[in-house]
Design a protein around this ligand. Structure first.
Ligand SMILES: [Zn+2]
Length: 237
């Protein structure tokens, strides 16, 4: 009995706290609320799913926070514009899935939007606005070309591989898996990209997990199919 209590106490002391990721990393990596405003964006989303008082949506377990900070900092000199999305609720809500996601709890998950290029081939931030459900409703075809209102955007495959390489370098064994739309796999396997994949250890490359369409989920008052063609979902151990 006493020893059970002792171990419970020890595990509480060692529980890793959750930290809110809200920083930008130079001009290269910014949070998804950079255009809308931090407080406004999470209030809008939380309100739309009737979760008032739940707070910001980018909490991470402290070790995951460190990994991502290192990863994003390491990309600062790359010709990239990256936007990270939702992570987890913090505080007393940390054990609850970050609705409408089925997972995203305990600070062990983060979504990162695809690096994009415009028609001129220059890197641009992923467009985040209320209309495209904070980025999550944007769609891309198998070649990574934006659809509908996002026609002028193209997924930057080399940039995406650079992001994955940086995650592998700084996250390594702590990464459980990285979900990506299975439709995008053939484009990522294009022989012209082989040299960019080469420096990434196979053990980490194998964490890239193709996934089909999920949902529909109710998000911000609309039905949303989650197809992982506009973001990758990174899960930590
Ligand atoms: Zn996710």
């Amino acid at each position: 009995m006493a020893s059970t209590l002792f171990f419970a106490l020890i595990s509480t002391i060692h529980a890793k706290p959750l930290l809110e990721l809200k920083e930008s990393f130079g001009d290269t990596v910014v949070p998804y609320h950079h255009t809308i405003g931090r407080k406004k964006s999470f209030q809008q989303i939380n309100m739309s799913i009737k979760r008032e008082g739940y707070g910001p949506r980018t909490y991470l377990r402290s070790d995951v926070y460190k990994i991502l900070t290192k990863t994003f900092k390491s990309l600062e000199d790359k010709p990239l514009k990256l936007v990270y999305g939702e992570a987890s609720w913090g505080g007393k809500h940390k054990n609850k899935p970050l609705k409408p996601h089925r997972t995203h709890k305990k600070g062990m998950y983060i979504d990162i939007f695809m690096p994009l290029k415009n028609i001129a081939g220059d890197p641009v931030y992923f467009p985040i606005n209320k209309k495209n459900l904070f980025g999550y409703a944007a769609n891309f075809d198998k070649q990574g070309k934006g659809q509908g209102k996002h026609k002028k955007f193209q997924i930057d495959w080399v940039g995406l591989i650079s992001l994955f390489e940086a995650l592998c370098k700084h996250g390594g064994n702590n990464i459980k898996k990285v979900l990506i739309a299975k439709d995008l796999i053939p484009a990522l396997q294009n022989p012209s990209l082989k040299k960019y994949w080469a420096p990434i250890p196979k053990k980490c490359r194998d964490k890239l997990t193709p996934i089909g369409v999920l949902g529909p989920y109710k998000f911000a008052g609309k039905d949303l199919l989650v197809d992982h063609d506009e973001h990758i979902h990174v899960e930590f151990k």
